[in-house]
Design a protein around this ligand. Sequence first.
Ligand code: CTP
Ligand code: MG
Length: 215
Amino acid sequence: MRVAALIPAAGSGTRLGLGPKAFVEVAGRSLLGRSAAALVPHVDEVLVALPAGLTLPRDVPARAVTGGDTRQASVLALLRATDAEVVLVHDAARPFLPGAVAGAVIAAAREVGAATAALPVADTLVRAGPGGDWGNLIPREGLWAVQTPQGFRRDLLLAAHGAALADGFAATDDAGLIARTGGAVRLVPGDARLFKVTTPGDLALAQALAPVWDA
Ligand code: CTP
Ligand code: MG
């Protein structure tokens, strides 16, 4: 079965504030370059969704498509650009992808049809009250924080995206679209290093981790 890595990289990086985030560099290498390089050993091809008007840097071994206004639209554009039986969707903004996680997600996607990396929540969770102070405690038992990569049989994910589009349903990830239509999604243990570079604080963490990761 052919496997394609799909990298949504078309975001504008508003919260980080340094321009299109996929092109932001950490220790001399872009977030996109790092994510793509980590995926290459696990897949037959790599596809990247880019912001309109931007082109793929030469050191990124991939094929590019133009992304959409939302992550969901960018993933749909990527899905339509491949005929691989299995797809591995991975955010450009998660540059540190351990190979064992990629392999485990692909294996689970083959078996179940859909799978995602995720981590058991470690912090105490609270919903803020109307004034912004402590409202209600949310028991964290059984709660997982969802990461990428997420793996799917492509026909299943394409159908779930089609249903979401028809219903005007918006989601921040792809496994949620499968679950919404009643499909099974296997939770595969992820990794703390798979954090998403979202804010300047996350970028500082990435800069601290990169020399260790690259060594
Ligand atoms: N993404 C995308 N197309 C969009 C929006 C997001 O391909 N229209 C991608 C981003 O490039 C990123 C991943 O989806 O790799 C996760 O999105 P996020 O962390 O929210 O990145 P941005 O949307 O770029 O950041 P922000 O929300 O702060 O603007
Ligand atoms: Mg965003």
